[in-house]
Design a binder for this molecule. Sequence first.
Ligand code: NAD
Length: 445
Amino acid sequence: MKLAVFGAGYVGLSFAACMAEAGHAVLCADTDAPRIAGLRAGRMPLHEPGLGALVAQETAAGRLRFTDDAGEAARHGDILFIVVNAPADAAGAVDLEAVFEVARAVGRHRGRDGLLVCKSTLPAGTADRVEAVVRDALARRGATHRIAVAVNPEFLREGSAVHDSRAPDRIVVGSSDAEAIALLAQLYRPFLRDPARQWLVMDRRSAELAKYAANAMLATRISFMNEMARVAEQAGADIESVRRAIGADARIGPAFLQAGAGYGGSCLAKDLRALRHVGEGAALRLLPAVAAVNEAQKSRLFELVAGHFGATLAGRTLAVWGLAFKPDTDDMRDAPSLVLIERLLAAGARLRLHDPAAMPNARALLGEREGIAWCDAPEAALDGADALVLVTEWAAYRRPDFTRMAVLLSARAVFDGRNVYDSAEVEAAGIACYGIGRGRSVRRV
Ligand SMILES: NC(=O)c1ccc[n+]([C@@H]2O[C@H](COP(=O)([O-])OP(=O)(O)OC[C@H]3O[C@@H](n4cnc5c(N)ncnc54)[C@H](O)[C@@H]3O)[C@@H](O)[C@H]2O)c1
């Protein structure tokens, strides 16, 4: 099949490359001309494991091409995917302008019937509006082509986007158009091992809402555990033991139960805000609380540092490991590290920052700031620091040499924002170890 993918971001690029790998002729369009020029020249605009090699392979094979010409993409595909960003403002209002821009381009340039698929995360009812925008653009030039609009939300995870695109755990399609459903079934069938369970067709609004509901559930589980972590601290319990105990319950399951420094990324906070906006008439109570717990949690690491060293951190130097909102990505959107960094700097601390992939994006966001040193290796960040704060649990940080760390850290303290270290092992090296929700099981050294 010929596919057009509008949006060459984390999702669009991963989806486009995996569809090319499956044998389709994919044209990926983006309004960001330098990004397209870079992709044509073999430069990746983002960090996603395995994606660079896959894009190179599919580009070389001629199955994956790039354009900044929306008209060319609108004419190309049998199926056209909208995978552009749709940000939500502080009140949750979703900016649909980029989505409508694609819809207008399709209406203006499409020379035949086609199927337009909304893959971006969009409020319930957006597909109806997209359809109206396309119809209006077609009518303006007197065209009568039939452009069906379907919904197909994306559930891939940044950091494993290639894996998730190759082996999605389910495909949700929102459409009542038999032809559209059949075409998408043909596209996705090779990716599904158990279609009876994984292929889920529903009306468009339910498909749109399903994506928001999934993210709201994930955010809720994290905030629930972060709230439990606070209880554990008061109760002298260890949240890691509690997590294992409840995760073994088949009704609960083990995923997304890690207490930590709070969730970040481009999706959970944005989609929760959007859902609150959409659901205003439904008087939401739980989701505002989920968001509030998370905002508070982003300050938890700072509170632990301040609790250890005292309110003023002037004269203190902290090493910070991990800046991206999660491992295996360079995405800094809504990253908890940003809150920690601002609070530490405001308290007078100096910082030595390291991240395996996100430092260029972090640097662009934070700018060249007094008090920040950018370090090119984890150990370089420890050199000259009093203590270490682990924010993002990259594999490179998981098994440090604590004996060596005890030599490098002059105040010998580790603040483990992801509960990845064995506190007994850290303490045996003579380093105080704080986790999230680990109560009295963590001794001060
Ligand atoms: N990032 C994730 O983990 C994830 C997972 C599932 C779903 N989603 C959803 O997928 C969508 C895209 O997310 P993302 O993280 O890939 O965003 P992104 O910001 O990384 O990429 C979006 C791309 O769209 C481009 N764009 C903007 N307007 C355009 C237009 N009119 N035509 C063509 N390209 C245009 C931008 O230049 C950018 O390169 C969002 O709705 C998001 O909520 C994201």
